[in-house]
Ligand binder design. Structure first.
Ligand SMILES: NC(=O)c1ccc[n+]([C@@H]2O[C@H](COP(=O)([O-])OP(=O)(O)OC[C@H]3O[C@@H](n4cnc5c(N)ncnc54)[C@H](O)[C@@H]3O)[C@@H](O)[C@H]2O)c1
Length: 285
């Protein structure tokens, strides 16, 4: 009888390495962004992490502990910050190969109660910020790709924009958020066409309900977002119906979310571009 080869019990084997790659992850102090930064670092990448929240960001960097992680604190909706951030990644690590536009938050209300400031804030963080970061990186990416092509090399780079089933399906109370998240899909598809010639895969991952502070049950608490007290969280009834309406019967974890993003950051997706992968346990609104 032939012996059956056992798979190691310790879990996922990574069939690729990101050693030598430089990644930029926004909104990386907590939640999904932190899990993405961790996964990328574990796969061998050097990671520049950004967040608004300086203390939580420094703590997240310390937690990852690979020695190849740095952080730059800053509000990405300040028009100067995306340029500084891209420059910081290139200055620190000498390249930029993977960009994950993840930073975001919700500021919900029905349309008649939505102010101009509120609607614009959702477009600013979910659509204008990814646009500015990608524009800031375009010089480096084009020049690097031209050099590599002249040398007969094909080096793939990766952009992953984070969207939501609120953007693909719509969700009551989220006119601003869903517009920003739908808009970033347009940006993704256009850049996939503009940057294919530079060997960049540009894709989006849309989440359902992932257990982070964004989807904690509403308890009257607020977070300070750029000087504004904003109520984050969702009604318990929505969480219950999301669980029961989800084919996999549970909310996702930040690690579940990071797994889908890692696929688009890896060579496994080298021939996939302009796509939106929904990571929601099968849930749609
Ligand atoms: N959690 C979910 O169920 C869910 C579902 C769909 C999409 N998303 C998206 O996933 C992304 C991550 O969300 P999360 O659930 O991890 O939330 P989170 O609140 O746990 O983390 C988001 C991080 O982004 C940072 N951030 C927000 N505005 C910023 C700014 N102007 N500059 C720099 N950093 C900023 C926050 O400080 C925070 O640390 C967001 O884009 C969110 O819209 C989340």
């Amino acid at each position: 009888m032939r012996a059956v080869e056992m798979q190691p019990a310790s879990g996922i084997q990574t069939p690729f390495t990101l050693a030598g790659k430089v990644a930029l992850v926004t909104g990386a102090a907590r939640g999904i962004g932190k899990a993405i930064a961790q996964r990328l670092a574990m796969a061998g990448a050097s990671v520049m992490m950004n967040d608004l929240d300086a203390d939580a960001l420094a703590a997240a960097e310390e937690e990852i502990q690979t020695g190849r992680v740095r952080h730059m604190h800053g509000d990405l909706t300040d028009p100067a910050v995306p340029d500084f951030l891209v420059k910081a990644a290139v200055d620190q690590f000498g390249s930029i190969d993977i960009i994950v536009n993840n930073a975001g938050y919700t500021w919900d209300s029905v349309i008649q109660k939505t102010t101009d400031e509120q609607f614009q804030a959702m477009l600013d963080i979910h659509l204008v910020t990814p646009f500015r970061i990608l524009r800031a990186a375009s010089g480096f990416i084009r020049e690097a790709a031209k050099r590599e092509t002249a040398a007969g090399e094909r080096v793939m780079r990766k952009v992953v924009n984070i969207t939501s089933i609120s953007g693909t399906d719509g969700n009551p109370g989220q006119a601003g958020y869903s517009s920003g998240k739908a808009g970033v899909i347009g940006l993704t598809k256009t850049l996939a066409k503009e940057w294919g010639r530079y060997n960049v895969n540009v894709n989006a991952v849309g989440f359902g309900l992932i257990e982070t502070r964004l989807v904690q049950p509403l308890n009257g608490g607020t977070v300070n977002m750029r000087g504004r007290q904003i109520r984050l969280g969702v009604q318990q009834s929505l969480l219950d119906s999301a669980k029961s309406g989800c084919p996999l019967g549970r909310l996702g974890t930040p690690e579940d979310a990071a797994g889908a993003v890692l696929f688009f950051c890896s060579p496994l997706s080298d021939y996939v571009t302009g796509e939106v992968l929904i990571c929601s346990g099968g849930l749609h609104f």
